[in-house]
Design a protein around this ligand. Structure first.
Ligand code: SF4
Length: 296
């Protein structure tokens, strides 16, 4: 098995939307210039979401140290972070659009700060809580799993693991499985309990004008099931890597052209221009490839 198989919700999402884009982003080692190109081609909207996340973590860390932010400081920090991100990108954002992005970010932030768990932390209701680093992975077998919650709050004898999604999607059946990955992460991280009973999971995500909160009570079965599905994902990713080694042109393309619209690889991908034609050409290529390999 490949020891480098890495799983995260972002990787999984991209893999399900377009295996080719997943391979180009995560399935092989990128040169540093490729990484820079990928980072700098992010859309201004995505940069706004990134800034929000960065500032949320900073503000929570300050809250933990007992420091409160004024609305003016929040506005300033958001503006500074967004300016920095846009400067590093290839996009030239007009002043009016920039201001609109800032307004969105401020408004979402204000609403987020009214969520119950954040209000309770502000009121110092719970003495034991941590802000965690989402980029910290844990090894599980031969996989590397990125599934850290953003917050871990001890309430009575249970750890409440909280994840914030700056842009969410409608409720899906896989939400619970993805939330259970936080328990797997915690169990392998050390310092957290091993039994699923001692956890409670919350995901707080922005969807259609609201911060939607989902809560799950994990159990031993749901965590085991999550581990199985995660293994299944990793195996499917490995399969695509093997396929790419045979012929990159045969990698499955996006399921929807919406994915191509925001894809950083669209310039060098046939699907980026015309997904339907690219799929037809790929089918012909695949047939040719299969008949050639059956003759050998
Ligand atoms: S342009 Fe479309 S098909 Fe090509 S890699 Fe991106 S998402 Fe996939």
């Amino acid at each position: 098995m490949n020891p480098k198989t890495e799983w995260s919700r972002t990787r999984r999402d991209l893999f399900l939307k377009c295996p080719r884009a997943w391979y180009l982003r995560y399935g092989h080692s990128m040169s540093s210039s490729d990484v820079n190109e990928f980072q700098s081609s992010r859309r201004p909207w995505d940069l706004m979401l990134r800034s929000m996340k960065e500032i949320l973590i900073e503000r929570l860390e300050d809250l933990r140290e007992g420091k409160q932010w004024s609305p003016l400081l929040l506005k300033h920090q958001l503006k500074y972070s967004l300016q920095k991100q846009i400067k590093q990108s290839t996009h030239c954002v007009k002043k009016r659009y920039f201001e609109a992005l800032l307004r969105y970010a401020n408004q979402r932030f204000e609403l987020l700060w009214r969520c119950r768990i954040i209000r309770q932390l502000e009121q110092r209701k719970y003495p034991c809580w941590y802000v965690l680093d989402r980029t910290e992975s844990v090894p599980i077998g031969t996989r590397r799993i990125y599934a850290s919650p953003d917050l871990a709050v001890l309430i009575q004898n249970r750890w409440h693991l909280v994840r914030f999604d700056m842009q969410s999607s409608p409720r899906r059946t896989t939400d619970e499985f993805e939330a259970n990955a936080m328990v797997l992460w915690a169990k392998h991280h050390g310092g957290f309990p091993q039994r699923a009973y001692y956890y409670r999971l919350h995901t707080i995500g922005w969807w259609r004008g609201f911060w939607n909160i989902e809560t799950f009570q994990p159990n031993e079965h749901s965590v085991k099931q999550c581990h199985k599905l995660l293994e299944y994902d990793c195996e499917a990713m490995l399969e695509i890597q093997r396929y790419a080694n045979l012929n990159l042109a045969l990698l499955p393309l996006a399921k929807s052209k919406n994915t191509c619209r925001s894809c950083s690889f669209r310039e060098r991908c046939p699907g980026g221009e015309d997904l339907v034609t690219a799929r037809q050409e790929q089918t012909l290529l695949e047939l040719g490839y299969k008949s050639a390999s059956s003759k050998t």
